[in-house]
Design a protein around this ligand. Sequence first.
Ligand SMILES: NC(=O)c1ccc[n+]([C@@H]2O[C@H](COP(=O)([O-])OP(=O)(O)OC[C@H]3O[C@@H](n4cnc5c(N)ncnc54)[C@H](O)[C@@H]3O)[C@@H](O)[C@H]2O)c1
Length: 272
Amino acid sequence: MKNGKLGFIGIGNMASAIIGGILSSGTFPVGDIYMYNPHAEKMQRFTESGCVACTSAEEVTELCDTVFLCVKPQIFPEVLRVIAPTVAKKNADDVVIVSIAAGVTFKNLQDALGADRRYVRAMPNTPLLLGEGATALCRTSNVPEEDFARVRSAFSCCGVTQEIDEAQMNAVIAVSGSSPAYLYLLAKLTCDYAAQQGIDPKTALTLFCQTMKGSADMLLNSGKDPQALMDMVTSKGGTTFALLNVLKEQGFNEAMISSFEACTHRAEELSM
Ligand SMILES: NC(=O)c1ccc[n+]([C@@H]2O[C@H](COP(=O)([O-])OP(=O)(O)OC[C@H]3O[C@@H](n4cnc5c(N)ncnc54)[C@H](O)[C@@H]3O)[C@@H](O)[C@H]2O)c1
């Protein structure tokens, strides 16, 4: 029997972002959110808000019909081994297993927990914490619309969601899962430069962040593609031209593409 409870195993950065987003949105009753982490202090702020702490991953799996696996890929074999007997006791219709791990495939999950179970893979990102996340999702063909909608709503109350094919799941990490890191790197380099030039760090951060937000809005809403928007900024013989020229000369595009490929390749290596 389904009971609508959401269970989280592994309460680290990402589960905290997802649960934080869910709590701020109020989409799910706080008492329906169950969790387990071996370090109990990681659950404290959520239990203080009314979420339920469990004493094991098995307990979360037993009590919840949507189970989010939020541990590092390297910990997956252990967690799957621990929850497998509890998953096996349930009807296949009564549990959806959601993995947010980079690289862990449906085949990995099916080998450990059974081919007849329902699985969703998600690739969220840390801005879910503020309700501004982006999550790519895919499902096995046996996940009905109603179950998928429920999982999707846990992510869409924390931002944008898009359904893709499993074959694209590793490549999408460079698009939205890992990409906050390179945007923060850009922010750090820009603000460090501004500070060296005597610009107040807070002023620089405000200007840079609004520029990221405004540029994102232009990409989404102006009807122009990235190249056309770059051209709008770039006066012939002007400052942007000088900036882009150095990036080109120093191999920025190639470095970015190599970094995307490394990201995807690492996800492939993390498959069990
Ligand atoms: N951090 C991100 O931006 C991000 C984005 C998308 C996907 N992911 C994926 O999310 C997953 C978690 O990443 P994270 O950054 O939150 O890691 P994290 O290290 O912050 O969190 C993992 C948590 O798992 C707990 N844990 C360890 N062993 C456990 C066990 N046996 N049972 C239950 N819990 C256990 C740890 O104490 C920790 O709190 C990874 O698989 C990662 O690929 C992360």
